[in-house]
Design a protein around this ligand. Structure first.
Ligand code: GAR
Length: 200
């Protein structure tokens, strides 16, 4: 049974989808720890309601980036985390977490990377940029994290078609629905060995 640590920043619907998949037996893993950089994140409340351990580790309580990196590494180690999932986590991962969990940190991004990734490309900004570029399709990418925003080996992608009258909000909702299924499915493939990570 793989132990998951999930990093979040806001609403946490992907974290809830992963935790639900574990509870329902669709994902042979357990969510051991949810960490948010934002103490007011709704995700922390949702995790607590599910009796998942939570931690607030952000720049307000760890102003020194090295101390933050160390606190996050310690928290993940203490809970014997096997895989670190970034589920709407909007900060860069520190070097200590990266080296301790190299090849075992997985991000979900709401576009077909390498398109519409990189700094500033998060949440609704991504969908606005996709529509402004006149794209006919968008989608979801799940990839390994290597220290740069939205780079690293792609593990899974799924496309979503864009309707002629699509708005950034309607596109966000369509993409999010796919995220909730694809994330758990991809983690299950890692767990059952159909996706092999470089760290294995
Ligand atoms: C999701 O759409 C996720 O793909 C995106 O933020 C949203 C978080 O929603 N992540 C990024 O944009 C990362 N660059 P959630 O908090 O409800 O899971």
């Amino acid at each position: 049974m793989k132990k998951l640590g999930i990093l979040v920043s806001g609403r946490g619907s992907n974290m809830v989808a992963i935790a639900d998949a574990c509870e329902q037996g669709d994902l042979s893993a357990s969510v051991e720890l949810v960490i948010s950089n934002n103490k007011d994140s709704l995700a922390l409340v949702s995790a607590q309601e599910k009796n998942i351990k939570t931690a607030h580790i952000g720049s307000s309580n760890y102003p020194d980036p090295d101390a933050l990196d160390m606190a996050m590494t310690d928290a993940l180690n203490k809970h014997h985390i096997d895989l670190v999932l970034l589920a709407g986590y909007m900060k860069k991962i520190g070097p200590k977490v990266l080296s301790s969990y190299r090849g075992r940190i997985i991000n979900i991004h709401p576009s077909l990377l390498p398109k519409f990734g990189g700094k500033g490309m998060f949440g609704i900004n991504v969908h606005r940029a996709v529509l402004a570029a006149g794209e006919k399709e968008s989608g979801v990418t799940i990839h390994l994290v290597d220290g740069e925003y939205d780079q690293g080996a792609i593990l899974a992608q799924q496309t979503v078609s864009i309707a002629p009258n699509e708005t950034s909000e309607s596109l966000a909702a369509k993409v999010l629905k796919v995220e909730h299924v694809l994330f758990a499915e991809t983690i299950q493939k890692i767990v059952d060995g159909s996706i092999i990570l470089p760290s294995d």
